[in-house]
Design a protein around this ligand. Structure first.
Ligand code: C2E
Ligand code: MG
Ligand code: MG
Length: 582
């Protein structure tokens, strides 16, 4: 608010055409020696507005009937001209209703001419100024973020609405959703004060990076939204975004430490990506998630596919929650063949989802979702029990005993109570633990050695076999691997495919598979190769004394009955050089 510094006095602008009334007010103020006000007068509206335009006015005393304006319209014009300046309406005896309407439209107070004394006048003026100040503060708090001073979600919505619904010449705008990368780490490790400071710096950088007329708002947390006005050409936005993201990621010094903060952003463009505020924000948000998935520190334009993906994910999650009770999950079985004897001595249980609309879904499409939602825990337990029961049923049917292996997810491994769950499944299905093998991935057992080893020991104490799946894709150190109580390594399919790469087995091809086999053997572990598809790969693996092989070459994952007949006949296992007929 502009406050006149004239001898510490506040300027009051009196707009009044009646010289008698004007004199009366002047005298009242002069009579009151303690009055902190200095009076300026205007005898018509146009002159009053001119004085207001000069600034400095702390309060307006306004007669509503002037030579150039009458009634409520007089108030409306002054208010529209200077919405932040408090106004007291002066009215005649018979006009109180009108004065009240002015108060309802935003005037701070009214005074009835002839019924006003100097005390009342001064008090009304002081009160109006304070009241207006307070209203302004409330409005600021309702519309601006306290930490950064940026518009908050509320004001952002207002501005977006205005931009979207602009009557004439609907303005083209882009909405940018920005989220800082790994902000939680800063907050958690350096404390909230440092986090707040980062947010303030980022807010300032964003404000400097956009043009006049653009809006930078903070939604809360580490989320910001930009409204870029008049920018809908992709190449223009592209350059602007590069500049903005570059600006945010400049090194930042807080205390004595230097940080590199980066952000991810998603952009939706009006009107093609949405014609209302919610859709524009939602789609910019979806694009931002895509930017995160692309490794952060980048931006993505919204595409309708993103929505399709988000929707697909949602409906998949919805139906996955019901898949268990609706008995839509089932297991396929893939044989593991002993290379020395040519006999099937194991089988891996692989999860499938018979979706009522989408048909048979492979785990690649829903395991991650099951892990994120925690559904993997009940599903994993179901897999274990089903695989154990099935294996027992094969044995009871007189088929040769094989070990069934079951994949465990990290969530099951770290959730606690794993050994208890496995023990219960074995007891309740009446299975012999020697016929159960649990597969853990290399990345699962990589961290926190003591906990991992303790859990693995508990499992070993049950009498089951343990193997490290997808071996070679993580970064286990040899000395660590040596401490793990596991029985087998499964070479990841990628290394097996490599065997064919060089053409004649010379050079680099197969060199990693070969190294892993000898590494596993030196640690006295069984080595299983996954994903063998060709006779050449199988020959190579046999030469390298790999113990077992699993892969399409010997059989794809198949329903239980099919596996049973394969196990029964012992046939269907092609010998090297005779590719399978599938
Ligand atoms: P995994 O445990 O490494 O399983 C091997 C995957 O390789 C299977 O894919 C299998 O069908 C595929 N495969 C086998 N032989 C060949 C081959 O010769 N060529 C090629 N290209 N692929 C081959 P699937 O069944 O799609 O399963 C993918 C992954 O899903 C599994 O990888 C496993 O990590 C996970 N998974 C499967 N079932 C379960 C489960 O019950 N629980 C958990 N937590 N994860 C599971
Ligand atoms: Mg596996
Ligand atoms: Mg694997």
């Amino acid at each position: 608010m502009d406050v006149s510094a004239l001898d510490g006095l506040q300027t009051v602008l009196l707009i009044e055409d009646n010289p008698g009334d004007a004199r009366l007010i002047r005298e009242m103020l002069l009579e009151e020696p303690a009055s902190p006000f200095h009076l300026d007068c205007a005898d018509r509206l146009t002159r009053g507005l001119e004085s207001l335009a000069k600034g400095d006015v702390a309060l307006v005393l306004l007669d509503l009937s002037l030579p150039d304006s009458q009634g409520l319209e007089t108030f409306a014009k002054v208010y529209a001209h200077s919405p932040k300046i408090p106004i007291i309406v002066l009215t005649g005896n018979d006009d109180e209703a009108l004065a009240l309407s002015a108060v309802k439209s935003g005037a701070q107070d009214y005074l009835v001419k002839g019924k006003t004394d100097k005390q009342l006048l001064v008090r009304a003026m002081q009160y109006s100024i304070e009241r207006k100040r307070y209203q302004e503060e409330l409005e600021r708090q309702a519309n601006y973020d306290g930490l950064t001073g940026l518009p908050n979600r509320h004001l952002l919505n207002d501005r977006l609405k205005q931009a979207v619904f602009a009557q004439r010449n609907p303005r083209s705008i882009s909405v940018v959703f920005i989220d800082l990368d790994h902000f939680k780490v800063i907050n958690d490790s350096l404390g909230h004060n440092a986090g707040d400071e980062v947010l303030q710096h980022v807010a300032e950088r964003l404000r400097l990076a956009v043009r006049d007329g653009d809006t930078v708002a903070r939604l809360g947390g580490d989320e910001f939204v930009l409204i870029l006005a008049d920018q809908t050409k992709e190449d223009v936005i592209f350059r602007a975004m590069n500049r903005i993201i570059g600006k945010v990621s400049e090194p930042l010094t807080i205390g004595s430490r230097e940080f590199n903060i980066t952000c991810s952003a998603g952009i939706s463009v009006h009107p093609q990506d949405g014609t209302d505020v919610e859709t524009l924000l939602q789609n910019a948000d979806a694009a931002m998630y895509r930017a995160k998935a692309h490794g952060r520190n980048n931006f993505q334009f919204y595409t309708s596919e993103m929505n399709a993906l988000a929707n697909e994910r949602l409906s998949l999650e919805h139906s996955l929650r019901r898949a268990l009770e609706r008995k839509e999950l089932l297991l396929y079985y893939q044989p593991r063949v002993n290379l020395a004897t040519g006999v099937i001595d194991g089988v891996e249980a692989l999860l499938r989802w018979q979706h009522p609309e989408h048909g048979l879904i492979l785990p690649g499409r829903f395991i991650a979702l099951a892990e994120e939602t925690g559904l993997i825990v009940p599903i994993g337990e179901w897999v274990l029990r089903t695989a154990c029961s099935q294996n027992l049923a094969w044995q009871k049917a007189g088929l040769p005993a094989v070990a069934v292996s079951v994949n465990l997810s990290a969530r099951q491994f770290w959730g606690g109570g794993l050994a208890r769950m496995v023990g219960a499944a074995l007891t309740e299905t009446g299975s012999n633990p020697v016929h159960l093998e649990l597969e853990l991935t290399e990345s699962m057992v990589m961290h926190d050695a003591e906990t991992v080893i303790a859990t693995l020991r508990e499992l070993k104490d049950l009498g089951v076999q343990l193997s490290v799946d997808d071996f070679g894709t993580g970064y286990s150190s040899l000395s660590y691997l040596k401490r793990l109580p596991v029985d087998a390594l499964k070479i990841d399919g990628a290394f097996v495919r490599d065997i064919d790469a060089g053409g004649d087995g010379e050079g680099d091809s197969g060199i990693l598979a070969k190294a892993i086999i000898s590494l596993g053997h030196s640690l006295r572990l069984k080595v299983v190769a996954e994903g063998a598809e060709t006779g050449k790969q199988v020959d190579f693996l046999r030469e390298q004394r790999c113990d077992e092989v699993q892969g399409y070459y010997f059989g794809r994952p198949m329903p239980a009955e099919e596996f049973a007949s394969m196990l029964k006949s012992g046939t269907g296992i092609p010998q090297p050089g005779c590719p399978p007929s599938d």
